[in-house]
Ligand binder design. Sequence first.
Ligand SMILES: Nc1ncnc2c1ncn2[C@@H]1O[C@H](COP(=O)(O)OP(=O)(O)OP(=O)(O)O)[C@@H](O)[C@H]1O
Ligand SMILES: [Mg+2]
Length: 404
Amino acid sequence: MAEIVTKESPFTPGRPVPIEYFVARIKEIERLERAIKQTSSGRNENIFITGERGIGKSSLAGFVRYLAEKKNFIGSHCFLGGVRDLEGMIRVIFQRILQQITDKSLFDRLKQIFSKYIKRITLFDIEVEFTKDSSELRTLLDNFLPVLRKIHETVKDVKQGIILILDDLNGITDVPEFSQFLKSFVDELATSNNSLPLLLILVGIPERRDDLIKHQPSVARIFDIVDLPPMSKDESTQFFKIMFDKQGISIDQEAISLMIELSGGFPMLMHEVGDAVFWVNTDNRIDGKDAVGGILEAAKNVGKKYLDPQIYRAIGSETYRTILRKISELPLGTTFQRKKILEKITNDERKTFDNFLQRIKKLGIICETEQRGEYRFINQLYHLYVGLEAFGAKKEKKHPNRTS
Ligand SMILES: Nc1ncnc2c1ncn2[C@@H]1O[C@H](COP(=O)(O)OP(=O)(O)OP(=O)(O)O)[C@@H](O)[C@H]1O
Ligand SMILES: [Mg+2]
């Protein structure tokens, strides 16, 4: 009887990658290491990590925090997703700083600074809960720089600097006061004649940076940009090799090529593909057949997670769906011309075609190539999913009673 081996998938689709599985990004890491070095010599550094959704911004930020902590920084990675005002932000920042300290004696020292604001600490200091009173939080906000200095003063015998990462900025960049706050804070620090070893990192898609600049143009020059591109073929190869290798699984060249091709250097898709292939595989060797099976499965997952809520629910129109199905009949990876598609569709579809193109472009499903009037799917898994959906719809039409 074959031995049943229960293994855990090393892939983490949709979550920042654990440090031990982080790969590539050498150039960006070098830039950020430089920032760590500058900061520890006493200078404040401000960086904006940007790039498309799912490109690996939070993972890189997490990795930098890890590197900074190794260089004796105290660090905090704050996710501001649900935060809509500066009082909420300041609460998250200081609460996280305390929560993320692992050293008990440091924690006890820092706790003193915030004793007025801490409402509750659970057993073993696992959870620290700050006040929600907005005037108390306002006081903390108005004294942001002095409070950070106090933190630095309190820990400087053992710590070199502070790394503060503000991630998931989508709610807070809408607030004009946030841009003003950043500008005044950085200016105040620069003109104070009293340096503070603070590495401030903001993390967000390019549109969030645009929001900030719209409210306060000087923000553009405050932050140095680290812009994450898709991973190269070599980096993607390294990624799949390392991930499977750690599980004692080997991969054929053909399988690797397929996985790289279909995930197009997007770490988010690489994890989806890797995870699906991992579960399709039954021995310790991944061949082309496993890769194809996994990729189809991944396309379904990706479609359900990222496309369904956006297109199939948001675009209620049946006309839009049929146009999309027709486009998906093109071979994977090819571009399409607006003109050519117009020839393929009905009169009714033609009337809404330009609106349709605008809409799915805005939703991040297709993009225009360098050539005007020419488009392609943002990635091949989206294309594959739309194709699978079209195939299902065709089957459904032929055999309406079948459920699968
Ligand atoms: N350097 C890397 N090595 C391995 N996996 C990575 C790397 N970077 C990102 N990933 C993986 O890619 C996926 C997306 O990463 P992450 O969440 O960091 O992206 P993001 O740019 O912050 O996305 P969002 O815009 O949605 O916040 C995750 O599954 C993560 O584990
Ligand atoms: Mg992120």
